[in-house]
Design a protein around this ligand. Structure first.
Ligand code: NAX
Length: 326
């Protein structure tokens, strides 16, 4: 065993950080033959809590965990990293408008984009902190000549939520589901696409006869799942988000099984008429050499086209709000 992957996690003392760190350190993200060096970034006021998290990581005695660096400075935390899992951001507070959240979080991703450029020669960045598509757009625009395809934002939790809804409705295991796409923004405008998805290789619309549900409640349930979890639990999804982050990274580095695809927000190459450079969630496949491409040729009904336009319009509006940061 010779490889060591250097992984930065921002917001490492937060709820998702707490759920994801033991899974990364135990090899569930990069495999059992890759050592892990963790670079943990937090705000100054959370460094005490982060020290506690580090004690727990040490107490797990993970054989693959080579080292842990902690910092409250992105320039230090991102030095020499291969992956940046950008989870930390300011939470939305009561009564706060989405635009204010976007404006508040933007500067974090300006600084972190610049820090990536300064410190990391060979890095891929995954943005989880919300509004994740637009935060990823900001980081990408501030990261100089780091190739744009090294940036992505996470819609995998939405994909997993959609798969779970469809599997329950069809009374099958979730592994029967393939080809599930989330189009657009990780927000309530996203379009979870069951029309191109399959259950045991058959079109979902052939297997599930309740088409009103497929075009109605299924979509809104996935769109509003985050809020439903906050209502039920009193805090937002944490281990399911950590789990989706692991799925996201694995899908980017492992060849996609033939016939399937996965969803992630990446800078658009113009596919499906989405403006080039827009951080938009598409169906993707990863090739054996580790490069990804957008799955081409999927059909969209007028219903789907309308949904995709709506989420695109929202992303354009978000881009307008942060245009000074790009
Ligand atoms: P927490 O509030 O528990 O943790 C966030 C942590 O980030 C805190 O410890 C805070 O000190 C730290 N932080 C804030 N600003 C920072 C900065 N500039 N540099 C470094 N650290 C910073 O939130 P948590 O539940 O962990 O959620 C984190 C983010 O994930 C939120 O923005 C949340 O909205 C987002 N989510 C995104 C999801 C997705 O599917 N893309 C789903 C889950 C989650 O809602």
């Amino acid at each position: 065993m010779s490889n060591t992957v250097h992984v930065a996690v921002t917001g490492a003392a937060g709820a998702i950080g707490y759920a994801i760190l033991p899974r990364i350190a135990s090899g569930q993200m990069f495999g059992s033959d890759t050592k892990v060096a963790l670079h943990l970034l937090e705000l100054p006021q959370a460094m005490g809590a982060l020290e506690g998290v580090v004690m727990e990581l040490n107490d797990c005695a993970f054989p693959l965990l080579e080292s842990i660096h902690i910092s409250d400075n992105p320039d230090q935390a991102f030095e020499g990293i291969n992956w940046a899992l950008m989870i930390g951001s300011k939470p939305r507070t009561k009564g706060m408008e989405r635009n204010d959240l976007i404006k508040d979080n933007g500067p974090i991703f300006v600084g972190q984009g610049k820090a990536l450029l300064k410190g990391a020669d060979d890095v891929r960045a995954v943005v989880v902190g919300n509004p994740c598509n637009t935060n990823a757009l900001i980081a990408m625009h501030n990261a100089g000549d780091i190739p744009k395809n090294r940036f992505s934002a996470m819609t995998r939790l939405d994909q997993n939520r959609c798969m779970a809804q469809l599997a329950t409705k069809a009374d099958v295991g979730v592994s029967a589901l393939t080809n599930v796409t989330i189009w657009g923004n990780h927000s309530a405008t996203q379009y979870p696409d069951a029309a191109n998805a399959k259950i045991n290789g058959q079109p979902v619309f052939d297997v599930i006869s309740d088409h009103d549900w497929l075009k109605g409640d299924m979509i809104t349930t996935v769109q509003k799942r985050g809020a439903a979890i906050i209502n039920a639990r009193g805090s937002s999804s944490a281990f399911s988000a950590a789990n989706a982050t692991i799925d996201h990274v694995k899908s980017l580095i492992e060849a996609t099984p033939a016939g399937n695809w996965y969803s992630a927000a990446i800078p658009s190459d113009g596919s499906y008429g989405i403006d080039e450079g827009m951080m938009f969630s598409f169906p993707l496949v990863t090739a054996a050499d580790g490069s990804y491409s957008v799955v081409q040729g999927l059909e969209h009904t007028d219903f789907a086209k309308e949904k995709i336009q709506k989420t695109l319009d929202e992303l354009k509006m978000e881009r307008e709000v942060v245009k000074d940061l790009l």
